[in-house]
Design a protein around this ligand. Sequence first.
Ligand SMILES: Cc1cc2nc3c(=O)[nH]c(=O)nc-3n(C[C@H](O)[C@H](O)[C@H](O)COP(=O)(O)O)c2cc1C
Length: 312
Amino acid sequence: MEVIQDNAIDLSVKIAGIKMKNPVMVASGTFGYGEEFSSFMDLRELGAIVAKSITLLPRPGNPPPRIIETPAGMLNSIGLQNVGLDRFISDKMVFLRNIGIPIIVSISGEDSGEYVELSKRLSEVEGVSGLEVNISCPNVAHGGMIFGSDTCLTYALVKAIRSATKLPIIVKLSPNVTNIVEIAKTAVEAGADALSLINTLLGMAIDIYTKRPKLGNVTGGLSGPAIRPIAVRMVWQVAKAVNVPIIGMGGIMSTSDALEFIIAGANAISIGTANFVNPQTALEIISGIKDYMIQNHIQNINHLVGSLRLEK
Ligand SMILES: Cc1cc2nc3c(=O)[nH]c(=O)nc-3n(C[C@H](O)[C@H](O)[C@H](O)COP(=O)(O)O)c2cc1C
């Protein structure tokens, strides 16, 4: 069989019209505003950065404790703590736009009007490659996951954002639903250019001695390796049902984890919880995917997407 040279490997992907030099992204809320990780790695090596979800006004987030470890994962109840749109534009975007890779801005709101306003204002900001619409945050009392758990609300929201911006729209789905395929199809019908999945699974932990919840907000979102099989299953189901690119995430810690998602149908993958364990994870996975492609004679990453074999 023909040997593929290292420089002949094509890792580039196009997600919602956004060109990335490789399919490895970092997930919203686990990579700050990029700058926090700049001393650990060359950020230019990443496929794209998805910034922490922003809201119109700054948010302090939920009361502590907001993060606890669980077997094979973590529970967080951050509650969308963020600097708010004005400071994001005047401060955080200045650093982000100078990195030289696609910057995807995650938006979240309490109502449709807030998402629309965020979309309009961000459309005017230099260096924003696309919007990730977070309709899946499990840690807020208003908005968040409520939008992503109901097809009517998903449709109306995505449609309203579609009319407000020409930026690529990536809708981030919640796993806390009975039928994620229904929500995925609805988001695409309403104008989503791509889908991200999954956000965290709603969970809870109790201190048996104090009989109090371990998180200040009582419940939180479960992430990390514990949720990976659920995420892979959902990516596979959604990929079969829609014709837009999919960004897969949920417990990706290693190259083989990332490859599972790609084979299941993800066009790109995102690293979340692993950034807290080893900030180099994304870069290690980029080179690991390349090695796998050389070993398996795959020249173009797109040929691997959805290559799951079901025949016996
Ligand atoms: C501490 C923490 C904060 C997060 N904040 C956000 C957020 O602001 N917006 C969002 O869309 N997802 C947020 N997420 C969800 C992640 O982006 C990702 O979808 C999820 O954690 C699953 O991937 P993982 O298991 O690799 O972490 C957060 C996750 C964690 C652990």
